[in-house]
Ligand binder design. Structure first.
Ligand code: ATP
Ligand SMILES: Cc1cn([C@H]2C[C@H](O)[C@@H](COP(=O)(O)O)O2)c(=O)[nH]c1=O
Length: 223
């Protein structure tokens, strides 16, 4: 892998893993972090997740994954957890030149609360601007939206993902939703990936674990 330089996240690098529940992100994320740490021994790797990643975020995660609530409350709590995560984990790490790898970020809010639950995407864009808009350190006050530099999207039909999940664990609040919910989540992920091909790497998650691992390792990352 080689490293890229043009991101406002410099001197750090921000990578996210996304996909519907059961697509296989968690199977590879730790090994991926370990491999990157070996490849870039001068850069610390921070592995984190959403919702969660902070003490407060983990409490919100418990509420979000196990308690019913209004759709807009759900979206607001996802972004509240994200605000804390950015302030206390992600941005300090990026400023210190670290590589941050997060199991989910804002694409998940668009996919789940927008695509899956049907929340107006315009409201999600407003929350994204509120939580992620930053001033560039360029002396002219230019603004930018803090985004991952690279996003791996694990794409899998919802029936296959459900079969994988139900074989290994009890479903949480989201995982109890039906395959048409997950198909809508999937389609919103795919729409976002199509809109931003420079950031997304689409992974056909129906391949074997070994094939996917090879793809992850072969991805040319320019940090
Ligand atoms: N390529 C694969 N082929 C077959 N099974 C797989 C593959 N990848 C992962 N699995 C299995 O599918 C199940 C779900 O995988 P995993 O927990 O990694 O999904 P996930 O995308 O992280 O889900 P969630 O987002 O809900 O945590 C696990 O039992 C895992 O071993
Ligand atoms: C960040 C984020 C997450 N979600 C959903 C997606 C998953 O169902 C759970 C997290 O569980 P995982 O096993 O850690 O993947 O939360 C969401 O709906 N919206 C979000 O912004």
């Amino acid at each position: 892998m080689s490293l890229m330089t043009q991101s406002p996240n410099q001197p750090g690098f921000f990578i996210t893993f996304e996909g519907i529940d059961g697509a296989g992100k968690s199977t590879h994320i730790e090994a991926f972090a370990t491999t990157l740490a070996k490849q870039y021994p001068h850069k610390e790797v921070v592995l984190t997740r959403e919702p969660g990643g902070t003490a407060l975020g983990e409490k919100l995660r418990d509420l979000l994954l196990h308690h019913p609530m209004h759709l807009e409350t759900e979206a607001l709590l996802m972004f509240a957890a994200r605000r804390e995560h950015l302030a206390t984990v992600i941005e300090p790490a990026l400023s210190a030149g670290k590589i941050v790898i997060s199991d989910r970020f804002t694409d998940a809010s668009f996919a789940y609360q927008g695509g899956g639950r049907g929340l107006d995407l315009a409201k999600l864009y407003e929350l994204e601007v509120w939580v992620q808009m930053r001033l560039k350190n360029d002396g002219v006050g230019q603004r930018y939206l803090l985004q991952p530099d690279l996003t791996f999207l694990f794409d899998l039909p919802s029936e296959t993902a459900e079969a994988r999940r139900s074989a290994v664990r009890e479903p949480d609040k989201f995982e109890q939703l039906n395959t048409s919910f997950f198909e809508n989540v999937r389609q919103e992920y795919l729409r976002r990936a199509k809109d931003d091909p420079a950031r997304f790497r689409l992974i056909d998650a129906s391949q074997t674990k070994e094939q996917i691992w090879n793809l992850l390792q072969e991805t040319s990352i320019t940090i």
